[in-house]
Design a protein around this ligand. Structure first.
Ligand code: ZN
Ligand code: ZN
Ligand code: ZN
Length: 166
């Protein structure tokens, strides 16, 4: 399977990412025998449109046709489905969503959130998962999904940054 790189170059062909994410989603839904309805697929397409996170209201705006906004509940239901299938992640610190190109189930992840361009890279480093689970169990806490959101600057933005500002 082809993986979308964690932090793509700013001049990369993003259509490839979108095609890969949608193909992956179709594959996951087929395997799990769940339906990627046109509406769910459309919401995923909007979320996948960039490597930055998108908020629920932005999704509603983009789904608006002929000035008719979809009911918020339909968007939230579609997002719920996509999150349950592991195809979309909700970033708590941003209250926004990104598409997951990799897993077909709920999983722990480390999200690297670029403060400048807003792009988000997803790492799935199991040693981090284990470290969190270990430290939590030391205090009697059982971890269901170790998710970490880390703010910083991506490689592209670090290159753009003025040396004296670094
Ligand atoms: Zn891309
Ligand atoms: Zn993921
Ligand atoms: Zn950046």
């Amino acid at each position: 399977m082809k993986h979308v790189s964690t932090f793509p170059q700013s001049d990369h062909d993003h259509d490839h990412c979108v095609v890969a994410i949608l193909a992956h989603a179709e594959d996951v839904c087929r395997r799990k025998k769940v339906r990627l309805t046109p509406q769910r697929r459309q919401v995923l397409e909007i979320v996948a449109e960039s490597h930055a996170a998108v908020g629920a209201y932005e999704i509603m705006d983009r789904l608006t046709t002929d000035g008719k906004r979809p009911a918020p509940i339909t968007v939230y239901r579609a997002l719920d489905f996509l999150i349950t299938q592991g195809l979309v992640h909700r970033l708590a610190s941003l209250n926004a969503f990104i598409a997951c190109p990799r897993a077909g189930s709920r999983h722990g992840a480390q999200f690297l959130i670029c403060k400048r361009c807003g792009n988000i890279g997803e790492l799935n480093d199991h040693s981090v998962d284990r470290a969190i689970a270990g430290a939590a169990s030391d205090v009697g806490f059982s971890v269901s999904a170790p998710v970490v959101e880390v703010a910083g600057l991506c490689m592209n933005c670090r290159h753009d940054a003025k040396p004296d500002a670094a």
